[in-house]
Design a protein around this ligand. Sequence first.
Ligand SMILES: Cc1ncc(C[n+]2csc(CCOP(=O)(O)OP(=O)(O)O)c2C)c(N)n1
Ligand SMILES: [Mg+2]
Length: 548
Amino acid sequence: MNVAQAVGRALPALGVDHVFGVVGSGNFHVTNAMVEAGARFVATRHEAGAATMADAYARMSGTVAAVSVHQGCGLTNAMTGLTEAAKSRTPLVVLAAEVTEPRSNFYVDQEALARAVGAVPMRVSSAQTAVQEACAAVATALHQRRTVLLNLPLGVQSADIADIADATGARLPEAPATVVPGESDLASLVEVLERAERPVFVAGRGSRGTGCRQALVDLAERYGALVATSAVARGLFHGHPWSLDVSGGFASPVAADLIRGADVIVGWGCALNMWTMRHGRLIAPTATVVQVDDTADAIGVHRDVDLGVVGDVRATAEAALAAAGTSTRVGYRGDDVRQRIAKGVRWRDVPYQDAGTGERIDPRTLTIALDDILPAERVLSVDSGNFMGYPSMFLSVPDEGGFCFTQAFQSIGLGLATAIGAALAQPGRLPVAALGDGGALMSAAELDTVRRLGLPMVVVVYNDDAYGAEVHHFAPEGHPLDTVTFPETDIAAVARGYGFEGVTVRGPDDLAPVATWASGPRTAPLLIDAKVTGDRGAWWLAEAFKGH
Ligand SMILES: Cc1ncc(C[n+]2csc(CCOP(=O)(O)OP(=O)(O)O)c2C)c(N)n1
Ligand SMILES: [Mg+2]
């Protein structure tokens, strides 16, 4: 057995059971060895797709995933998705073949590439240390929530390893202990909550773990707090009567108003960044702001906080409840607030003037209709662009495993691959990919992967024949827009070429085939080319522009 085979065998033994990639000569053996050892390999049509599918799979399954790429160009193709994963602290191991000879066509400084985007460069350096190094890569990914680039130099890959047991017996080191809050931090948190009259909890990425929802719901109940999430944690409080859904630019007017009315805001595993807090505009000047995070370095990075509590979300919420005693406070949960939430916290309940033209459908009308047609058990992934607020906020999701939001790098073109990775992690749910025409055409190669994998996916393209976000950015100042507008593309026809059912939608009546498809048996994936109105920027985009 050689090093490539040993590393490939070791990874599934360490719990890496999904690997996404494009296979070339340099990663052929390691990938095959993983498959022989029981991992599922997902062939993608572009390495960008592989990186983002692995990212989404890891986020939605709560495990570590692998990406497998050819030396040099295979890795550079994956870089945007890897940057998104690294910024999001997704546990990923990227297996990259590596040439170390600068005269090779494939040579590039792979270590520097990893560093440049916040990933951790590691290397398999010898036959003696290979399995240990693979273990260290997985442990770093999983226990430190990092995206790790494990470089596999070609010369080392082919070196012989004598002891097969070494690879199959690979074991991870113990996971680090849960971070329990210190006594004085905890006492301060309880003191703030005891004084709170209108508390709001905002749960972020760090609240997506096991048991966090219940711990937060129980503590919120004790103090009469309203509950909201950042965009990445959307769905966490789905169905909760005091949920405000998402805090931030996406928030509905009622939700934004209630958050602005809070006298205490606690961010739970949430950075309370410019998006989640609308550049601070969602925080009343007199409000006390608390941030709970299991990493001390994360406290106060995005904004000043009055109190930082270093602790795991669940452990901190449970400890605060234990310290708080038992009597329940009304807090922010008065009858007037109950009524406001019931009446209009959901965007789809906010009255609007339909702007459809007959030739083009209003994106709100489109999305509300889809919310009614598509089964509620869904996993939604959204690309970037002006359109993105509509699917993000008008489509309900059943829980935090029903929404996958790869927007830490604000790249367009990641949405389709996100939907594929999320679909594989949540096979019982209907995968929904919501894309702009720009993002859809940037990533169209992975339509092939959807069809090949037999995923019952619905892809909704909000097609305004433009880079709408740029149009709405620059149009008000009278700039020429030829660089950001396009002639019509028949994206439904493109999808049919990939083996999809394709539907063109210009008005609500055109959605009948979508209802037929949704009612089964869904033998092919469906792409909806929705020709949407594009004369105005979306509400959240206007909010975002205010901040710049
Ligand atoms: C990789 C990348 N390139 C360029 C941009 C700048 N950009 C932001 S939104 C956008 C337009 C997206 O167009 P589309 O997908 O059609 O969505 P729309 O804004 O029209 O709703 C562009 C080009 C980006 N964010 N990411
Ligand atoms: Mg567009």
